[in-house]
Ligand binder design. Structure first.
Ligand SMILES: O=P(O)(O)OC[C@@H](O)[C@@H](O)c1c[nH]c2ccccc12
Length: 380
């Protein structure tokens, strides 16, 4: 059995991992096979197991390829690594340690390095084909954006995405007696439009079991799977566990990843919440077609500093106009504690807010919602 992997469309590397002394990889000229993007694979380091040779591998092409344009293909053909491409787009977070710089530059980078390893192990355990087989058992995806719009229209204040989060790297444990289902239910009862469920275990003490438990407990609110996504396998996994939306972080993912992943989300019925933190990231995202939901994180994930004026700054002027013109819903994220905070970012133009800490730390996080908005809100 050959194992075939490619790093750029122009070069195909064939290796023989099963042989005791592996034969050297050989390069095939592009004319022999132009690799295309296998759905759900990691594009730049895909390993395809072929039992019947190159033709079968080539047959793994799918419609994702036909939807990306030649500019992006050229990007690949330049032979740059994912980190090079990312750096060109102003992304400072690397996927892997690099030569000469093998300690993470900040906590987000550390999280991403760990996540890359975690996901590769999970994928070994549960390859994409197996995950896909479980998709039909998942409850049908709910309309995340629809729920936000309806709540905003009904309440006249930004729709609430209430976050079920036990701990964070910046604040440590936020709540000792953490019962995700109970918290989700009280959030829903008190008017949350959607819920965000942390699934990262190592840094946020979350889990996919929590996500599944909330989904199976009869909660109606659409659910955002709050995860650090670096591989489209995670999209399928999240959907198979009952997620209705996922987070794509522009500070981590290059444009092509955001394009492809948001496309895959659409095919899966998932809503992509694309998170930005500065003008450059917002401009990149505004250049991508089909994005419906943008989150502006007031917290810098590299330093943990929170500054609500970031939302205001990013929505001012031309950018705000483009967003309104495209009908994109903006979510104000992080560091919201008071009705003043909420009205400040509502005036800046957000129609939804993502709130964790200020609610989860209260005795009854659901009851705390009225305190955050200065009035009771209700679900539609
Ligand atoms: O607890 P806060 O400050 O209300 O923040 C919630 C949410 O915005 C925050 O958890 C968050 C926003 N983007 C993220 C990305 C990863 C992990 C966490 C987050």
């Amino acid at each position: 059995m050959e194992s075939l992997c490619f790093t750029t469309p122009a070069r195909v590397r064939v290796s023989f991992p099963s042989a005791s002394s592996p034969k050297p990889a050989r390069s095939l000229p592009p004319a022999e096979w132009t690799p295309k993007i296998p759905m759900g694979g990691v594009r730049r380091s895909v390993s395809l197991r072929c039992t019947r040779g190159l033709e079968e591998a080539a047959a793994l092409d799918n419609k994702a390829y036909s939807l990306i344009n030649s500019i992006e293909v050229r990007e690949w053909e330049s032979g740059k690594s994912v980190d090079d491409i990312a750096a060109n787009q102003g992304i400072r977070i690397r996927r892997h340690p690099t030569k000469g710089e093998d300690t993470p530059r900040n906590i987000l980078e550390k999280i991403i390095w760990d996540k890359v390893i975690e996901v590769s192990e999970l994928k070994e355990e549960k390859p994409l084909t197996l995950v896909k087989e479980t998709l039909h058992n998942a409850p049908p995806a709910r309309d995340f954006v629809g729920a936000l719009k309806a709540s905003y229209e009904k309440n006249g204040v930004p729709a609430l995405i209430a976050e079920v989060k036990k701990a964070s790297p910046s604040k440590g444990v936020l709540r000792e007696d953490f019962d995700p289902v109970q918290i989700a239910k009280t959030y829903e009862q008190h008017g949350a439009a959607c819920l965000s469920i942390l699934t990262d275990g190592k840094y946020f003490q979350g889990s996919f079991e929590n996500l599944e438990a909330v989904r199976n407990a009869g909660v109606q609110c659409p659910l955002l799977c709050k995860e650090f996504i670096i591989d489209s396998w995670q999209l399928y996994y999240a959907r198979s566990k009952g997620a209705d939306a996922v987070l794509l972080i522009a500070g981590v993912l290059p444009d092509l990843d955001i394009k492809l992943m948001s496309m895959e989300c659409r095919e899966l019925g998932l809503t992509a919440l694309v998170e930005v933190h500065n003008e450059r990231e917002l401009d990149r995202v505004l250049n991508i077609d089909g994005i419906q939901l943008i989150g502006i994180n007031n917290r810098d994930l590299e330093t943990f500093e929170v500054d609500n004026s970031i939302t205001k700054r990013l929505l001012e002027g031309e950018r705000g106009e483009i967003i309104r013109g495209k009908g994109i819903i903006v979510v104000g994220e992080s560091g919201l504690f008071t009705p003043h905070d909420v009205s400040y970012i509502q005036n800046a133009g957000v129609k939804a807010v993502l709130v964790g800490e200020s609610l989860i730390k209260q005795n009854d996080p659901g009851k705390a919602i009225a305190g955050l908005f200065g009035k009771e809100i209700s679900k539609c």
